[in-house]
Design a protein around this ligand. Sequence first.
Ligand code: ADP
Length: 465
Amino acid sequence: MKLWQKAAAACAGVLALVVAVCSAGMLLYARHTILNSSRAQIRAKQRDLAVSFSEMTNYYRLDTDTGPVRASLVNYCFSRFADESSVLMQGSETVSSALTIDPSKWLDLSEAQDMPADGQRTFEGPIDGRDIFMAASLVHIRGEEYAVYTVADVTDVHRDLTVMGGIFLAVSLAGIAAGAGAVTLLMRRGARPLAALSVAAKRIAGGEYEVRADVGTKDEIGALAADFNTMAAAVQTRVDELTETAQRQRLFIGGVNHEFKTPLTAILLHTRLLQQVNLTEAERAQSLSHIERQCTWLERLTQKLLKTISLRQDVEKTPVPARELADRVLSSTRQILSDRNVTLLTDWDESELLVDADLMQSLLVNLVDNASKAYDPGDADRTVRLTVRENVLEVRDMGRGIPPEALERIFEPFYMVDKSRSKKHGGSGLGLALAKQIADAHGARLDVTSTPGEGTAFRVELPAG
Ligand code: ADP
């Protein structure tokens, strides 16, 4: 059984119970009130009849009359106030009655016990298939005892009450049915967002991380769906990150494999060559120098790789004057820049930068090295500008630039815009990947803007404070 079905059944049950108890209570109260008022009317009528009859007989002073005269006067007095419901009896003898029944059979006033204070007694029950209510009292006329009855047929009152009960029951049942239907609809509608959440959860579990629960209500379930969507977005971001990391690692490993293969193959080839006895001294020297070059290259590559891999997020930052950083870059690139006939112009302010000086130097040296390689042999203006100011470091050249389609890939490990040119300069495609890692470790942004044929600018923006 689903939750909404359980909730609907419980609500409908409670509703039915409440309606049943209320209806029964109202019905009983109505029945009691109507019957009591009907009884009170009949009792009052009988009381009036008895009093009026008694007063009139007193008026005629019946004690002076005898026999038939007295009987006809009594009859006359009674008939003045009687109607079809009135009966006058003397003992077991009916003096005046329009009824076919003898009321004394059911209400015998001669039994004096438990006579109420007002002298009126009543009977209620079925007689000859009809519901009868009768009230009676004794009237004493000059030593003789008469019983005055008012006998009313209350069958219609009882029938009306039964019909009213039926209507009450039908209305209550219809109310319960309508209420249960409304509750069921409400519960079902209320549970719909939960079903949407469940479907979304299943699809996300199946790998569709972009799926969101479309609930659209502003209640607690809507809030839950919003939280669920926030969680799903966080999961998607994390999965995307992990996928990207895994892909980067795959590329990285592929790149490592590829970069190591070339020098290792060359070393192996020349080692085998050296094992041959009939090599000339010149050939031997050439092979050895080749092996040395490849080994030097492998050593540099290994160092860069180690740095790239082992760089941790939490670097040790200390305040470093902008000038010191510029000087460090200047001195460590002096030789290489002079070999390439490139001038480095530095510009700094009096600020201090909160950085790991060695790592930031490494980043800037990489950028300056790249910038110096951006010039072709015939280029006249071969200048690289390094700016170190509060929180901003920039390396700008006016070299060949980077094609737009390569711009978004240059930070990938082992990516090279022009492989043969990069290799000629001893490049490995790791310099910018390492620079990016260092910037990330400082919480800094590393951006590049470049126009082919006009030059390139790399900008590192350190977090404020
Ligand atoms: P490498 O070790 O080969 O220099 P990097 O990761 O430092 O590798 O650079 C990636 C690629 O970006 C290189 O192939 C290089 O051609 C290109 N590049 C980097 N800086 C510049 C620049 N200032 N001007 C032109 N091309 C550049």
